[in-house]
Design a protein around this ligand. Structure first.
Ligand code: SF4
Length: 61
């Protein structure tokens, strides 16, 4: 299964991903961290990738 990865250089710390999916993402020092890559039970993190305004979230094998 694919796992989400955050590009820290691109992330602007808006918090949208953590708000949408707190099981997977957590905001620390204005950067999003993947705290539980397998935490998405519904959409394989596609919704989080879609909600990110700067496309900092990518899915990797
Ligand atoms: S939605 Fe994108 S820019 Fe906002 S905190 Fe998450 S990874 Fe960073």
């Amino acid at each position: 299964m694919k796992k989400p990865v955050v590009d820290f250089d691109t992330c602007v710390g808006c918090g949208s991903c953590a708000e949408l999916c707190p099981n997977v993402f957590e905001l620390r020092d204005e950067k999003a961290y993947v705290i539980n890559p397998d935490g998405c039970a519904t959409c394989d993190c596609e919704a989080a990738a879609d909600v990110c305004p700067v496309e900092a979230i990518s899915m990797v094998d």
